[in-house]
Design a protein around this ligand. Structure first.
Ligand code: F6R
Length: 606
């Protein structure tokens, strides 16, 4: 959330900053800005809205310099307008900031008393004046140390100084920050994605650390100001993964890629010849784990919920799930024999990270399931299981959801066989089915035309409901989340059996309702619940799997049949039409699919 870039070089940096801001735009798109140093002055230019607007402004007012910082914002304090856009500057310093300064009101009062004048409604401006004040009596390093001590909350910072023509300070607490190394230039960025077009040599700051970046030298310090050494990581990347190619949107590309990403992930974890799941270096013995706690946010939380059903079906482990923002503040009973699993595409979600940190501080066993393997969550977990999806750029998570479910399912099967909860013959059978999953997903992607036509009804409706039972319930929640995220219309996921306990009152004539009823153990029950909503006027889109038996129900508005496979894997297939429903609904409305309003990828504030 929010994106930071900083470059110090021996050549002009403005256009490179703008290019990086375009890459970072998926992290925030309320406003954008850039500040550079030239001839001992800080020049800053900012715009409301997208980087395109900033670029247009730059045509009228050119700013150059061989050092500069840039920012794309996702508003926390203060409305998204030009004044509140970053960078924020005094005559002495210019600052870009991700995160929230929790004691900004107290600091602001103190600084106003000292004569500082504030222009914006942001918490960030406090940092500008605080460092300006500290620099009056301290050298640069001590000013940074004193400033960091006084700031409460979470942040990543990039700061340039009027009197320092080749120096950017970066600091991290809670929000991610990376340093990149180039030829005669170095960079600061809120993630490696921003830096990848310039370098593949990267170091990450840990919490509490800060750095001083010059064009030919970078120094890192811990929170007490002691110099520390950092590993330089070489990132390999396929540039195509970061481009839309022939697709109109990243989301469309990411939905279509799912057969390939699943195949890649299966290849990483399944020994195909022996039909065996390989999870190397799992650090704990069987008897050390008797329960599992799964934690995530949003879509990642839905994959945790899916895993709970599979865990209960395929193992004898006790399992509970939690939303990270709830878990981190509850009075948890930490158990030594529990395994805490954190699920996150970005690996940077603030609440999920905080929940992990809490578990680490209580010496719990922690594992993470992430897409970005260099992320904070991956680095700070005892054990990491990557989902091998490649970069997910569209704000609405799609391929990562299937990837998370896949890796969770693999882990569950593996624990099931190791613990003796699963019979070998069933285990092998399930692995064989898994190998066919990418092809089934590919075939399910062909439900395209039907989805395009039903989406016309969803875009006209006041709201909709998504119903499912058992394995289909988490998928109903995910389908509703996707639709509200992209179509900006209320959509509610509900356990089909709960409708009569209240939500049935919402059903009115013509309301579109998605019913997920694959032919599993819950099928007959869900069909009964479907009839109850049809009887009250709902237009039901039934999503089930192919079968020789016809569905015994009248007045179904529309039906989509996904491929037929073993019950465990049907949730993967049911998800695909729901992703497409959200996509085509938003497309018909002309909404910005990859950057839905008010949202951003990688939620690094709580
Ligand atoms: C929904 C969506 C979000 C994320 C959530 C967690 O489409 O993308 O709900 O799933 O913000 O993000 P990660 O997985 O990065 O922790």
């Amino acid at each position: 959330m929010c994106g930071i870039i900083g470059i110090t070089s021996n050549k002009p940096v403005t256009s490179a900053i703008i290019n990086s801001l375009r890459k970072l735009e998926y992290r925030g798109y309320d406003s954008a800005g850039v500040a550079t140093l030239s001839n001992g002055f800080i020049n800053e230019i900012k715009s409301e809205g997208r980087v395109d607007n900033l670029e247009k402004n730059l045509l009228n007012k050119k700013i150059e310099g061989t050092i500069g910082i840039g920012h794309v914002r996702w508003a926390t304090h203060g409305i998204p307008n030009t004044v509140n856009a970053h960078p924020h500057s005094s005559e002495t310093v210019s600052v870009v900031h991700n995160g929230i300064i929790e004691n900004s009101t107290t600091l602001k009062k103190y600084l106003i008393k000292k004569g500082h004048k504030f222009k914006s409604q942001t918490d960030t401006e406090v940092i500008v004046h605080l460092i300006t004040e500290l620099l009056k009596e301290n050298d640069l390093k001590n000013s940074i140390l004193k400033m960091l001590k006084q700031l409460h909350g979470s942040f990543a910072l990039g700061i340039i100084f009027k009197d320092q023509p080749d120096l950017i300070v970066g600091a991290r607490r809670g929000s991610p920050l990376a340093v990149g190394y180039g030829p005669n230039e170095n960079y600061l960025g809120s993630d490696s994605y921003a830096l990848k077009s310039m370098t593949n040599k990267i170091s990450y700051l840990n919490d509490g650390e800060f750095c001083i970046v010059k064009k030919n030298e970078v120094n890192f310090f811990d929170e007490t100001g002691n110099k520390i050494n950092k590993k330089v990581l070489e990132l390999s990347s396929n540039e195509q993964d970061y481009e839309k190619g022939d697709f109109k949107h990243f989301m469309a590309k990411e939905i279509e890629e799912q057969p390939i990403t699943l195949k890649n992930c299966i290849k990483e974890y399944i020994d195909s010849i022996n039909n065996e799941i390989s999870i190397h270096n799992f650090p704990w013995k069987n008897k050390e784990i008797s329960s599992v706690v799964l934690i995530g946010c949003g879509t990642a939380y839905h994959s945790c919920m899916m895993a709970k059903y599979w865990f209960e079906e395929l193992t004898t482990l006790d399992v509970s799930i939690d939303i990270a923002s709830e878990f981190r503040y509850r009075n948890n009973r930490f158990k030594k024999d529990s395994l805490y699993i954190f699920v996150s595409q970005s690996g940077e979600t603030a609440d999920t990270y905080a929940a992990l940190d809490l578990c680490n501080k209580n010496n719990m066993k922690t594992a993470s399931i992430v897409n970005v393997i260099e992320s904070s969550i991956a680095r700070d977990s005892n054990f990491v299981l990557p989902i091998h999806c490649g970069p997910e750029i569209g704000v609405a998570s799609t391929k990562a959801f299937l990837g998370q479910m896949l890796v969770l399912y693999l882990l569950i099967l593996k624990l099931g066989i190791i613990r003796g909860d699963l019979k070998k013959v069933n285990y092998v059978e399930k692995i064989k089915d898994l190998k066919k999953l990418p092809k089934f997903v590919e075939d399910t992607l062909l439900t395209e035309n039907k989805i395009q036509s039903v989406s016309s009804t969803f875009i006209k409706a006041k709201g909709s409901m998504f119903l499912g039972r058992g394995f289909s319930y988490p998928i109903a929640l995910e389908g509703a989340l996707k639709l509200k995220e992209l179509l900006y219309v209320h959509a509610e996921g509900y356990p089909a059996g709960e409708m009569k306990h209240g939500p049935l009152a919402l059903i009115e004539d013509g309301m579109p309702v998605v019913v997920l009823a694959p032919r599993d153990n819950y099928y007959k029950k869900t069909i009964s619940n479907m009839q109850e909503v049809i009887a009250r006027g709902a237009k039901v889109l039934l999503i089930t799997n192919k079968s020789n038996d016809d569905v015994v129900s009248e007045n179904i508005w529309q039906k989509i049949e996904v491929e037929n496979t073993n019950e465990d894997l049907l949730p993967f297939l049911l998800t695909v039409p729901l992703q497409k429903l959200a996509y085509y609904s938003a497309l018909k409305k002309g909404y910005d699919i990859d950057k839905p309003r008010n949202l951003a990828k990688s939620v690094t504030v709580e």
